[in-house]
Design a binder for this molecule. Structure first.
Ligand code: GCB
Length: 596
C-alpha cells in the first residue's frame, strides 16, 4: 500500500486536529445510527492521540468498548474527475468509517493503515461528514489477544496479556487524498549489490492498462537508470548503498501513461542494500553487523500512543547520542513516519507484528486460573488467522523500507509448548512467501530456557532472546545472574548455528533513586546490571546484538511490579537520561574491533 503523497498528479490533505468525540460503552451509537447526524457531544478530541489520558476524569482511561470520532472535511473543488480516497494510518483496535451516511470501511488491527475509495460518496467543492466508530476490545480472535471480564459490580474490564497500557484512539494521521482514476497501486522493490554496482528489481502494480516508465535518481536528482514495462531491473553501475549510519536514498519515479491525457506518477524512496544471515553472523551489505539499541514503545505523557513528530525527532537524536544503531518496534508496527525517518537516518529496524501476549505462562492474566496457551478457548485457529492478517499487513506496508532488516513475528510466545510448532509453521511459511528477502525471528521468553525445551527456534533465522537475569531471576544478585546468563547463552550458541540478538535485558530504575551500593530500583543497579550483561555478551561469539529494554519509561496497566508505569527506560518518560544512559554511551560510542 503506497503512502499518500503530494506531486503534480496526486494531492493529500491531513484531517488532523480537533474532532467531535463521544464515548459509548453501551454501544448506543450503533442502535441510534450516530453517523446519520452531528454527534450530540460537545467533547473535542485531538487527532492524532490516544484518548485515554486527555480528559481529567478517570472514566475514559479505563473505558472498554466503542468511542465515536467525527469531523467535517471540504473536498477540494480541484479534485473533480479524480479518484478520492480516505485513509486512516491507524485506528486502535477496530475502526468502522462512514462518509456521510455510507459505511465505507471496517478494519481490525490497531497498528496498520486502511483506506476506502470514496469518489462515489462525495462531491468536489462540498463538505462531507466523516464518522469513525472505534472499539478498543481485545479477545482471543484479535492480535494482540485479550479477555474482557465483568466485575462483581457489573463493570467490564479489559484484561491484556502484555504490560504496556492498552491505549486506543486515532493514533496516526487521517488523510484525504486524490489520484488519477487510472493509477499506480503499489511498487514492491527488492535491491541487490554486485561489487560496486547495485540493482533495483521493481514491479509497478496498476489498476489499468497503460505504458509504464521508470527512472531512478540519486540524492542529487541525477538520473542514474531508467527502464520501461511493469516489471524490470534497474542497474546502478557505481552504487551508493544504504548502510547503517548512512541513510542514502535514491528516488524511483514510476509513471503510468493511459490512453488519454491521464497520467499517474509516484516517487518512491529506495535504499539499495542487502541483508543475509551467514552462520552466526548477521550481514548488511555483506558485512557483519552488530546491533546496539533498544526495544521501544510509542508512548509519551498525555498523548499516549499518538504519533508526534517532535518526540520522534528527539527520540532519534537521543538514540544517536547514546550510540544506538538500531531498535525493535516492540510490540507492534510503528507509525510510517518513524519508518521513513529511520530510512533517512540510517537506523536499523527489527520490525515486529502486534503478536504480543501469546503466552499463558507469563502470569499477566492477574489471578485467572492457569490455562494452556494453545487451546480452543485461548490461542486458537481464530488467533492464528488474525496473526496471519497482521503479518500480511505489516509486510505489505513496510516491505520497501531499507531500514527494516528483519521481521519479528511475535514477542515472547509460549515457545516451549509443543503446540507452538503447529501454530507457527504456517505463519513462518507465509512470511517467507510474502518476503523471501529478509530473515525472520521472534523474541524468545525466559521459559524457553534451553534449546532443548524450545519447539520453534529452528524455524527462524536469528535467535532473539529476552532475558532478565539480575531482575526477575537472581533478583539483586548480579554474581549469580552473570553465571546463569552465560551458561544459558552458551547453550543456545552451541545448540544452534545462528546469530543471537539479545532483544531485551534490563532493570527498572526510578530516576533519582540513588545509592552507592545500589540495590534493585536504583539507577546504579540498572547501570550495573547492564554492565554485567555486557561482560557476558562479549564472551560469546554468537551474540551479535544487544537491545536494552527499554529506551524510555512507559505507561502500563496497574501492577505491583510497576511504579507509575514500567521504569526499565534508560531515559525517563519525559526523556531525561538515567545513569545507565551515560554508561551505554561510553560502551556504544567507543571504537570497536571489527567483527570477523
Ligand atoms: C518482557 C516483555 C516486555 C515487558 C518486559 C518487562 O519480557 O517483552 O513487554 O515490558 O518484559 O519489563 O517486564
Amino acid at each position: 500500500m503506497l503512502r499518500p503523497i503530494n506531486s503534480g498528479f496526486r494531492e493529500r490533505r491531513s484531517l488532523n486536529g480537533l474532532w467531535r468525540f463521544q464515548a459509548d460503552a453501551g454501544s448506543d451509537g450503533w442502535r441510534a445510527e450516530w453517523w446519520q447526524r452531528p454527534l450530540a457531544s460537545r467533547v473535542e478530541m485531538p487527532v492524532p492521540a490516544s484518548y485515554n489520558d486527555i480528559p481529567a476524569e478517570r472514566e475514559l482511561r479505563d473505558h472498554v468498548g466503542d468511542v465515536w470520532y467525527q469531523t467535517e472535511a471540504l473536498i477540494p473543488l480541484g479534485w473533480r474527475g479524480r479518484r478520492i480516497v480516505l485513509r486512516l494510518d491507524s485506528a486502535t483496535h477496530r475502526g468502522t468509517v462512514w462518509v456521510g451516511e455510507t459505511q465505507v470501511a471496517r478494519h481490525q488491527g490497531g497498528y496498520t493503515p486502511f483506506e476506502a475509495d470514496i469518489t462515489g460518496h462525495v462531491t468536489p467543492g462540498e463538505p462531507v461528514r466523516i464518522t469513525v466508530c472505534l472499539n478498543n476490545e481485545l479477545s482471543w480472535a484479535t492480535i494482540p489477544p485479550g479477555e474482557i471480564e465483568t466485575t462483581e459490580d457489573g463493570r467490564r474490564v479489559q484484561r491484556c496479556f502484555h504490560d504496556f497500557f492498552n491505549y486506543a484512539g486515532l493514533h496516526r494521521t487521517v488523510w484525504l487524498y486524490c489520484t488519477p482514476v487510472a493509477h499506480i497501486e503499489d511498487i514492491p522493490v527488492v535491491t541487490d549489490l554486485q561489487g560496486t554496482a547495485g540493482s533495483v528489481d521493481y514491479r509497478i502494480e496498476t489498476d489499468a492498462d497503460g505504458s509504464v516508465e521508470v527512472e531512478l535518481f540519486d540524492a542529487d536528482s541525477v538520473r542514474v537508470a531508467s527502464g520501461s514495462g511493469a516489471v524490470g531491473r534497474l542497474r546502478i553501475p557505481k552504487v551508493h548503498p544504504w548502510a547503517p549510519g548512512d541513510g542514502y536514498l535514491y528516488t524511483l519515479r514510476a509513471r503510468l501513461r493511459g490512453a488519454g491525457a491521464d497520467e499517474d506518477r509516484y516517487d518512491l524512496p529506495v535504499g539499495v542494500r542487502t541483508v543475509a544471515v551467514d552462520g552466526n553472523r548477521f550481514l548488511i551489505n555483506g558485512r557483519p553487523f552488530r546491533f546496539t539499541g533498544f526495544g521501544r514503545h510509542e508512548d509519551s505523557e498525555i498523548r499516549g500512543k499518538g504519533h508526534d513528530d517532535a518526540f520522534m525527532v528527539h527520540d532519534f537524536a537521543l538514540m544517536e547520542w547514546v550510540g544506538a544503531n538500531s531498535f525493535r518496534t516492540s510490540h507492534y508496527p510503528y507509525a510510517e513516519e518513524v519508518m521513513e525517518y529511520a530510512d533517512r537516518r540510517g537506523l536499523v529496524v527489527i520490525d515486529e507484528t502486534p503478536a504480543v501476549g501469546l503466552n499463558m505462562k507469563l502470569g499477566l492474566s492477574r489471578g485467572a486460573p492457569r490455562r494452556p496457551t494453545f487451546s480452543e478457548a485461548t490461542v486458537s485457529a481464530l488467533t492464528q488467522q488474525a496473526h496471519l492478517q497482521a503479518i500480511r499487513e505489516l509486510i505489505a506496508r513496510d516491505k520497501n523500507h531499507p531500514s527494516v532488516v528483519m521481521w519479528s513475528l511475535a514477542n515472547e510466545p509460549d515457545s516451549t509448548d509443543p503446540a507452538a510448532r503447529e501454530y507457527f509453521e504456517p505463519l513462518v511459511a507465509a512470511a517467507r512467501r510474502l518476503d523471501p528477502s529478509r530473515p525472520l525471528c521472534f523474541a524468545n521468553y525466559h521459559d524457553a530456557e534451553s534449546p532443548g525445551r524450545d519447539a520453534i527456534s529452528d524455524l527462524f533465522d536469528v535467535l532473539c532472546i529476552n532475558r532478565y537475569y539480575g531482575w526477575y531471576v537472581d533478583t539483586g544478585d548480579l554474581a549469580s545472574a552473570e553465571r546463569h546468563l552465560e551458561a544459558e547463552l552458551r547453550a543456545w550458541s552451541e545448540g544452534y548455528s545462528k546469530p543471537i540478538v539479545i532483544t531485551e535485558y534490563g532493570a527498572d530504575a526510578v530516576a533519582g533513586l540513588r545509592a552507592v551500593a545500589g540495590s534493585v530500583w536504583t539507577e546504579e543497579y540498572q547501570r550495573d546490571l547492564l554492565a554485567m550483561s555486557h561482560r557476558v555478551f562479549d564472551r560469546i561469539d554468537a551474540v551479535v546484538g544487544e537491545q536494552v529494554w527499554n529506551f524510555a519509561d512507559f505507561g502500563t496497566e496497574p501492577s505491583l511490579h510497576r511504579v507509575d508505569g514500567n521504569r526499565k527506560g534508560v531515559f525517563t518518560r519525559d526523556r531525561r537520561p538515567k545513569l545507565a544512559a551515560h554508561a551505554l554511551r561510553e560502551r556504544w560510542m567507543a571504537p570497536r574491533r571489527p567483527q570477523r
